[in-house]
Design a protein around this ligand. Structure first.
Ligand SMILES: NC(=O)c1ccc[n+]([C@@H]2O[C@H](COP(=O)([O-])OP(=O)(O)OC[C@H]3O[C@@H](n4cnc5c(N)ncnc54)[C@H](O)[C@@H]3O)[C@@H](O)[C@H]2O)c1
Length: 259
């Protein structure tokens, strides 16, 4: 028996990175995937790949997770096509890094909107369907929501990801009376198009730091998706309000002297 058989899963950010990996894997586990992304063509390509692999997916149209009407239309199209929603995986996000004194207020609010408001809007749009199905929420936090960093200047990103973790705990409280679970997965440094464009760029100091991950490698999208499948499956039926850190031990072990 596949682990998400027949579950309708709304996944944002399916054009690339962790969202594409999640869409492919959730479909392989039997889920009916409702994908969406600002990069619509790439998200449709993810849908095509799922189809070629024998899975079921829908990409209703270009999705902007910072736009209430867009998110609502996406969730409703998915619910209508597949008869409800069982899983909401709020993965999409975009970030502008910068220290407190370097960053414009516009870049701060851009990041909060793309990383925090987007999660609230996505969950809110799907919530009535989750209550109906006794479904579950999976949000994506980050080790940035748990620790500060001397190397990566990221006030907005730390604030938004810390808030996503806190929001998830509150969603667990508000969902429990309806049988709705809410959990967060917090990646450390994952090799994706997004991170290659900033923290893993050749000239970025974080690239060096990431070599000090205790388990000896960067994360790959499937490391996160493995946790996501578990948290959204029946195997996690008694888990809600958790923040599962997937970081190769990065945030739990203090850096020592280089051997
Ligand atoms: N890569 C990492 O190291 C890392 C670490 C911790 C947390 N995360 C989180 O994991 C999630 C996925 O990140 P990723 O590394 O796969 O990034 P990515 O940039 O490769 O993919 C993010 C996807 O979200 C989409 N997106 C961005 N803004 C959107 C919007 N307004 N509406 C719709 N789609 C939008 C992008 O087009 C892209 O397809 C994000 O929430 C990110 O903050 C990533």
């Amino acid at each position: 028996m596949r682990r998400l058989e027949g579950k309708v899963a709304l996944i944002s950010g399916t054009a690339r990175g962790q969202g594409r990996a999640a869409a492919l894997r959730f479909a392989a586990e039997g889920a009916l995937v409702v994908g969406g992304d600002l990069l619509h063509e790439e998200a449709v390509e993810t849908q095509r790949r799922i189809g070629r692999e024998g899975g079921t997916a829908l990409t209703p149209g270009p999705l902007d997770v910072t736009d209430e009407a867009s998110v609502r239309a996406w969730a409703e199209a998915g619910a209508e096509a597949f008869g409800g929603i069982d899983i909401v995986y709020a993965n999409a996000g975009a970030v502008r890094f910068g220290a407190l004194t370097d960053q414009s207020y516009e870049d701060f609010t851009f990041t909060l909107r793309a990383e925090l408001d987007s999660v609230w809007l996505t969950v809110r749009a799907a919530w009535p369907h989750l209550v109906e199905s006794r479904g579950c929420v999976l949000t994506v936090g980050s080790t940035a929501g748990l620790t500060g960093s001397l190397t990566n200047r990221r006030t907005a990103h730390s604030a938004s990801k810390g808030a996503v973790i806190a929001l998830t705990r509150q969603l667990a409280a508000e969902g429990a009376p309806y049988g709705v679970r809410a959990n967060c997965v917090s990646p450390g440094m994952v090799d994706t198009a997004g991170s290659r464009g900033n923290l893993l760029a050749d000239d970025h100091p974080m690239r060096e730091i990431s070599r000090h991950i205790p388990l000896g490698r960067l994360g790959v999208p499937d490391d996160v998706v493995n946790a996501a499948v578990f948290l959204t499956s029946e195997e996690a039926a008694y888990i809600t309000g958790a923040n599962l850190v997937v970081d190769g031990g990065w945030s739990t072990v203090l850096p020592g002297a280089t051997p």
